[in-house]
Design a protein around this ligand. Structure first.
Ligand code: NAD
Ligand code: GLY
Length: 388
């Protein structure tokens, strides 16, 4: 377990580094305000010098940060540099768009000594990572995450993939990046809902393994919600440390890493019901974490009141805690979000056997565990309260 310490000076402006310790495949997560100097530039030189490079981004992020990254990459001396811009959105995390990335690599002669860079949120990071995992049986890639969610979670740990019509992230591979370059300054342009969605994945680490970290986030929520740079850097560094610890222990999710899926089986079902266009990933996971805590209570694994406590944490961070507290302007068809519809989607979430579900549940704040054999009758009872 990684201890949470508040001692780090939030005003330190110099670079921060977290190492993802995986033996010969270890890599650094560098937090820095620049790509063209310091450690980020050193890493670019190490990995792209004299090699063909392709940057993958999307049509929202590329106009904002593409040119800056391109200049930093060119400064590092690649033999050739091209870029591929995807349409923005989770509904484009598809086999067709993944294939379009591979077509780009083929058309630009990216050989096995090539390197990919992902510039974007979790969607671009996951898709680029999967393209890197599959192109010529695996080439190196660098993550340059631009959403809070991608900086605290998606860019670190090597899970890559795309969606299948039947469900989220059903096609994928474990493939670790060679470096992660985090620049929290890019978060200034992130829309408010997207930013809060990232806070959901951040608070997840506290819920599963550190109640003091949840407490720290709540005490600092004003600064966090105002995106104060020092506090943001502290948040991202701490989350990457939590994730580094879990990934080192269980890289390919044979056991402990599964706790990172707290709220995700519910969340994926919620996202799928909205065709990935209604609730954002972090919003769906926020509701999913409240569902998981409520189910823990229902099964007698947690003290009464845990569900309400977790709901209060989500509300304090500006996140939805159920279907009646969705962000302004988001409407759902209540008769589509039924316990039956959610359970049907949950069956596809890679963790079901003989009609019984394997879920990550909470024993208390800061303590999550994998629980096997949850029945659909129990799920139905708990989901009724959310769907009424
Ligand atoms: P996203 O990638 O769709 O980004 C959210 C939105 O913000 C998009 O419209 C994007 O274009 C825009 N954006 C990105 N950076 C911006 C910036 N700096 N300024 C302005 N706009 C910006 O969504 P996300 O929340 O980053 O990621 C969600 C995805 O991540 C899901 O597909 C999920 O499955 C995946 N994920 C993967 C892991 C993993 O371990 N691999 C973990 C968590 C989530
Ligand atoms: N986001 C879950 C994981 O990386 O395992």
């Amino acid at each position: 377990m990684t201890a949470f310490s508040e001692s780090a000076d939030p005003h330190r402006q110099h670079e921060r580094c977290v190492t993802i310790d995986l033996g010969s495949r270890s890599y650094p997560v560098i937090l820095s305000d620049a790509w063209d100097s310091g450690q980020p530039q050193n890493l670019l030189q190490q990995h792209v010098k004299d090699r063909p490079v392709a940057i993958v981004s999307n049509d929202t992020v590329w106009p904002l940060y593409g040119e800056t990254l391109l200049q930093a990459v060119k400064k590092a001396g690649p033999s050739h540099c091209s870029w591929h811009v995807l349409p923005d959105g989770e509904n484009h995390k598809t086999p067709a768009q993944w294939l379009a990335i591979l077509d780009h690599l083929a058309n630009n002669g990216l050989t096995r000594d090539g390197v990919l860079l992902a510039l974007g949120g979790g969607v671009v990071c996951d898709m680029t990572g999967f393209a890197a995992a599959s192109w010529m049986r695996g080439i190196p890639f660098i993550q340059v995450p631009t959403t809070l969610l991608a900086q605290v979670d998606a860019s670190v740990g090597g899970k890559t993939g795309i969606n299948h019509l039947a469900g989220k992230n059903l096609i994928g591979a474990f493939h670790q990046p060679v470096a992660v370059l985090v620049n929290t300054r890019v978060l200034t342009t992130l829309p408010e809902r997207e930013f809060r969605s990232g806070l959901a994945e951040a608070v997840k680490y506290g819920l599963i393994q550190s109640a003091p970290f949840v407490d720290w986030m709540l005490r600092n929520r004003r600064n966090l919600l105002h995106r104060e740079p020092g506090v943001l850097n502290q948040l991202v560094q701490q989350c990457c440390q939590f994730k580094a610890h879990i990934v080192r222990e269980d890289e390919t999710e044979q056991g402990r890493r599964a706790v990172l899926n707290l709220g995700h089986t519910f969340g994926h079902a919620i996202e799928n019901l909205g065709h990935y266009r209604t609730l954002l990933h972090g919003e769906a996971v926020a509701i999913g974490m409240v569902m998981a805590a409520t189910l823990s209570e229902h099964l007698g694994l947690a003290r009464p009141g845990l569900g309400k406590k977790v709901a209060g944490i989500m509300q304090a961070l500006g996140l939805p805690s159920d279907f009646s507290s969705l962000p302004a302007g988001i409407d759902i068809e209540a008769d589509e979000y039924t316990p039956e519809a959610l359970i049907q989607r949950m069956r596809l979430d890679k963790k079901v056997s003989h009609g019984r579900h394997r879920l990550i549940l909470l024993k208390e704040l800061g303590q999550a565990d994998m629980v096997d054999g949850v029945t659909e009758a129990d799920l139905r009872t708990v989901l009724q309260a959310f769907c009424a």
